[in-house]
Design a protein around this ligand. Sequence first.
Ligand code: OGA
Ligand code: NI
Length: 369
Amino acid sequence: MMNDSPQEWPEPIIRVQSLSESIKGSNSIPERYIKPISERPNSNNNMISDDDCINIPIIDLKGVYSEDPKIRALTLNKISEACKEWGFFQVVNHGVSHELMDMARETWREFFHMPMEEKQKYANSPKTYEGYGSRLGVEKGAILDWSDYYYLHFLPFNLKDFNKWPSHPPSCREVVDEYGRELVNLCGRLMKVLSKNLGLEEECLQNGFGGEDIGACLRVNFYPKCPRPELTLGLSSHSDPGGITLLLPDHNIPGLQVRRGHSWITVKPSPHAFIVNIGDQIQVLSNGIYKSVEHRVIVNSNEERVSLAFFYNPKSDIPIEPVKELVTKERPSLYKAMTYEKYRLFIRLKGPSGKSHLESLKSPPPSTN
Ligand code: OGA
Ligand code: NI
């Protein structure tokens, strides 16, 4: 359980932001950040689609609440297809104030531009991950990603601790708190939509998550400029371990790529949309009908990028397994039950590693007798 978590990082932490500043004008990056050829952004077996027409589906969420049953059905259907085919979609008309979204992003940008001494006050450790960090896994000698981050909890309430949130800029705590409240609300609405689309009672997925006692946390990613973006990644390929993720990307700066078969699609963010993606726990609860899809982040040499990833997760100590109604003779349970607490430990030890953990949950094939 929790005491399996390492207490300290295996090596001294280097802030990628400081590194990026210190190598300005140089044409190389430290070896620790250079990915094996097969993982690099432009390697041949990771073809990037240059097709400008391809993007993840964009969904007008107000269609879900339309008085016109045709529009409602059409919208629900679009979401259903996106959850099955892409594991990703963007939502517009989601009800969260655009001003609040901008304030949240700009507050965090300001935080990352505070002097290093200020940020170091919040330096995190692998014990809880809360605070200012620069790596995920704790394996000594691991190849690192080109990013720093800030991680904090909104829910459960007993984990929310303002003292672990930045006190500067002064608006930070208030803005981030309101942002969290609005996004918990939006995720609650999406959980109902997903339940309905799976043919379940509206509250079914939420109940599977532990009802009111869910978890919610924020990871703010900061991707500094990189002189050799073709050699590294801002965030290695991974699927999100939790339930639903709402990503607020930066203005007009591409970065997020979503796996589609053997290629990677670069997401083109719509103004003031949230990028929604299905996490591993929804894949498990839906018995594999909905997919938690691998994604990664590329960096660039001209601009830094800030993104806010908000994670809506199950209560940490209840077993998560496929919902009964979705397990049939024709479609046996694909996954073994596991608590989220235990599941999360894996990614914390290994860092981002594709979908390898979900694979380990797979039930053995049913015996034929
Ligand atoms: C994440 C993530 C994507 C991005 O934080 O899990 O996938 O664009 N972020 O920063
Ligand atoms: Ni992610």
